[in-house]
Write a protein that binds this ligand. Structure first.
Ligand code: ARG
Length: 459
């Protein structure tokens, strides 16, 4: 294949060898090849329809591009750094193959609108895949929530025991976080699905193009309104990286809880051996490497968001070579969120809950103290006074090293004569969770209703 530069007409001296490698993007942007070819086929179709090239030339371009695609897919395409990027590698190979018609493909377009189109086509496809993986993880969480709808564990604030909750409720909190991530990705996809082609280098083109036709061929919602904006805009990518960062932040929080819960000190859950690794020196170890790695990868995706924001900051209109730097962060963000979602979705069904350990932990730390205060309020005591009474009872238990439910009725009545024998119904864990029986509450019946609503929402 000829390595002749497609833009070298005005150049008297060859490119410096280091500069050639420094400015090339083909090593990473070859990943866009199927989308570059898809865009070129639509462009050639439009050029023929408008009489800018002949039908024969279009046919020859299309079959030549499909042959190139087959060679790329077979791993037989000779990518050349001298040809700089995916676009010029493919165009040059096309001309080598079909001759003069290949040289007509670039009529009425520029690499500037071409690359912006390629990245959008690529991201649109990846978004579909990411959304499928996100849904798989959500389904796994719903199944686990259903399985453990009645399981009680301590709920925390400040990582101190606060009130008893159900494990199903906790899983549904994770589900809701991911549901907002899904919404964000769907919303951002609207702004991805706009077509830059036709903007050419920056100002549009003097050929009688039909952008509506090309947009329709490529299933874009519409052509971009403004040619300068079309070649320069990367906020669709920044927005995606922001949504991806928030998603990774959520996965890092979920990971952190699994890491804590699987420690010997908590022992709330056991992760399957297939998602853990051992230590080369400490034979007893079973480390939660998968959630730890996901937690770590969140930092990497946040970094990509910063990289994209920074590369766009202060760029004058329209296209600048800076934009070539958008690809590696985007590619890496996509690869890492897809991998993290897949492994998380595979790991969740294999989480086993140690119900006894969770229950024992919920019985410690006065998790039902609020229930005692609420009980006193129902007996006519003002909430602030009830809070004070329960606080004193808790202090007494701390000295005695016992739980509220371990106190006798007489002992409890020392703190408030309004306390009667029915108090013990409210001091149990089951009574506490069952009492929170409203939309969004932790009662098992509410968790089941929330699961049913969620299934209807995402099915
Ligand atoms: N490889 C370039 C990029 O990724 C393609 C566009 C180059 N355009 C240009 N005028 N140099 O942005």
């Amino acid at each position: 294949m000829s390595d002749k530069k497609l833009w070298a007409g005005r150049f008297a001296e060859p490119t410096d060898a280091f500069v050639e490698a420094f400015t090339a993007s083909v090593e990473f942007d070859q990943r866009l090849a199927p989308y570059d070819i898809q865009g070129s086929i639509a462009h050639a179709g439009m050029l023929a329809k408008q009489g800018i090239i002949s039908a024969d030339e279009r046919d020859s371009i299309v079959s030549g591009l499909l042959r190139i695609l087959a060679r790329i897919e077979a791993g037989e395409f000779p990518w050349s750094v001298a040809l700089e990027d995916v676009h010029m590698n493919i165009e040059s190979a096309l001309t080598d193959d079909i001759g003069i018609a290949g040289k007509k493909l670039h009529t009425g377009r520029s690499r500037n609108d071409q690359v912006a189109t390629d990245v959008r086509l690529w991201l649109r496809a990846e978004l579909t895949d990411i959304r499928i993986k996100l849904r798989q993880l959500q389904h796994a969480l719903l199944d686990l929530a259903e399985r453990e709808a009645e399981t009680i564990l301590p709920g925390f604030t400040h990582l101190q025991t606060a009130q008893p909750i159900t494990f199903g409720h906790h899983m549904m909190a994770w589900f809701e976080m991911l549901e907002r991530d899904h919404d964000r990705l769907v919303d951002g996809a609207k702004r991805v699905n706009v077509m830059p082609l036709g903007a050419a280098a920056l100002a549009g083109t003097s050929y009688p193009i039909d952008r509506e036709f090309t947009a329709h061929e490529l299933a874009f919602e519409r052509p971009a309104e403004n040619s300068l904006d079309a070649v320069s805009d990367r906020d669709f990518a920044i927005e995606f990286a922001a949504a991806a960062s928030i998603l990774m932040m959520h996965l890092s929080r979920m990971s952190e809880e699994l890491i804590l819960w699987s420690s010997a000190q908590f022992a709330f859950v056991t992760l399957s051996d297939s998602f853990c690794t051992g230590s080369s020196i400490m034979p007893q170890k079973k480390n939660p490497d998968v959630p730890e790695l996901i937690r770590g990868k969140s930092g990497r995706v946040f970094g990509h968001l910063m990289a994209l924001l920074t590369l766009m900051k202060s760029q004058p209109l329209a296209y600048n070579k800076d934009n070539q730097e958008d690809k590696e962060p985007l590619f890496d963000a996509v690869d890492n969120i897809k991998g993290s979602l897949k492994v998380f979705a595979d790991m969740v069904p294999a989480i086993s809950c140690n119900r006894d350990a969770m229950r024992a932990a919920a019985l410690k730390g006065f998790a039902t103290a609020t229930d005692l205060a609420d009980y006193l309020v129902r007996k006519g005591i003002a909430f602030r006074d009830a809070h004070e009474i329960v606080g004193k009872s808790v202090a007494h238990c701390v000295t005695k090293q016992c739980d509220l439910a371990d106190l006798s009725l007489e002992e409890l009545r020392d703190f408030s004569p309004q306390i009667e024998a029915d108090v013990f119904d409210f001091l149990t864990l089951e009574g506490s969770v069952a009492a929170r029986d409203h939309i969004g509450g932790t009662a098992p019946a509410q968790v089941r209703a929330a699961i049913a609503r969620a299934r209807a929402r995402i099915s």
